[in-house]
Design a protein around this ligand. Structure first.
Ligand code: SAM
Length: 329
């Protein structure tokens, strides 16, 4: 078991497989862009497989594949198959913007990918172009249809809730959940370096819930696991569900069981803390699996009890240094 200093058992690893993305979301990628990591510094498939194997031997059971955009990594289907086959790994979901799913959904299903979270912040083409820099909203829907046809169940839609941008689409997303039987999850807008975050664009999940309650009865759903960060509701008589990840206004640090591995092989114990530990260097320098396990345990001990309160400290220099695109979402 990987445990941190506060008794949390960390059994969930998010692996960023590339720092590249085919979208330019204003809340994620700094306007000036980020320097791309040289290819030689990105973990190879063999290295990812080896590291995930070490994590699995230490009790990690769930590995979420993310990025950047994971589907732009060449050979991604092969990599998914390799991770799925690692002894101890029980679940391998992916977070994607969905643009390449029309091409890959069937292959991902065959390779054993467990589930899909598709990030989609607006259902309006003009807004999609504004926030992502791409006119490809129809491509996301083609991808979603392909994922459904490939047999993926309980597809999640992740939407970053941004006041003045998409907060008037709450009911449209509720309709989407019903029509496609999707689990829609609104994520509170978190501050990252160089993005368009500002206090006025932040909307707490509680406000969105109150708005939805004006029109719908919301039946709270039981959490699938204690570490699930979302609280979710069913709307009676409708399919799918609507939920919220209130990472800013009601942080869930005490039940956080996550670790992150960046595309360049850094272990990040908390999305919002300026601590990380290099695994690639020691691995390439000849570290044994035992050495790597010791480093992973050391990295886990860097996990803070809780992250800072962004609303009290929203101009925090630290928050503004961290880049979601580089950490891996
Ligand atoms: N490219 C993939 C995608 O779009 O899902 C995976 C990487 S992306 C960084 C992972 C998730 O982080 C997405 O759901 C995205 O909406 C979320 N995200 C990025 N920046 C965010 C921010 N400032 N606040 C909240 N969520 C954010």
């Amino acid at each position: 078991m990987i445990t941190d200093l506060f008794g949390r058992a960390l059994d969930y690893l998010r692996v960023s497989v590339t720092d590249k993305c085919n979208l330019r979301c204003a809340y994620c990628l700094p306007a000036e862009g980020v320097p791309l990591v040289p290819h030689r510094d990105i973990l190879t498939f063999e290295e990812i497989e080896r590291l995930v194997g070490v994590f699995a031997s230490m009790g990690v059971r769930k590995v979420r594949v993310t990025g950047g955009e994971p589907l732009v990594r060449r050979g991604i289907v092969d990599l998914i198959g390799r991770i799925v086959r690692i002894p101890g790994i029980e679940s391998v979901p992916m977070t994607t913007n969905g643009l390449l799913l029309a091409q890959y959904a069937g292959f991902l299903k065959e390779a054993g990918l467990s589930r899909l979270n598709v990030s989609l912040d607006t259902l309006r083409a003009d807004r999609f172009a504004e926030i992502t820099g791409s006119a490809s909203l129809p491509g996301v829907f083609e991808g979603l249809a392909a994922a459904r046809d490939a047999g993926f169940k309980r597809i999640k839609i992740n939407a970053v809730l941004i006041r003045g941008f998409n907060d008037d689409e709450l009911f449209d997303f509720a309709d989407l959940a019903d029509e496609w039987d999707f689990d829609v999850r609104f994520i509170e807008y978190m501050p990252f370096a160089g993005t368009t975050w500002e206090r006025g664009k932040f909307m707490p999940a509680s406000e969105a819930v109150a708005r939805l309650r004006e029109k719908f009865a919301l039946d709270p759903m039981e959490k699938r696991s204690p570490s699930d960060p979302a609280y979710a509701f069913r709307i009676p008589g409708r399919k799918g569900s609507i939920g919220f990840i209130a990472s800013v206004s009601e942080s869930f640090c005490q039940s956080c069981t996550r670790l992150r591995l960046t595309a360049e092989g850094r272990l990040i114990p908390c999305l919002h803390a300026d601590v990380s530990l290099d695994l690639r260097g020691p691995m390439r320098g000849g570290a044994t699996d035992g050495d790597l396990a010791a480093l992973i345990q050391e990295g886990a001990r860097l996990k803070p009890k809780a992250h800072e309160d962004f609303l009290k400290n929203f101009s925090s220099e630290a928050a503004r240094r961290r880049k979601m695109i580089s950490i891996g979402g």
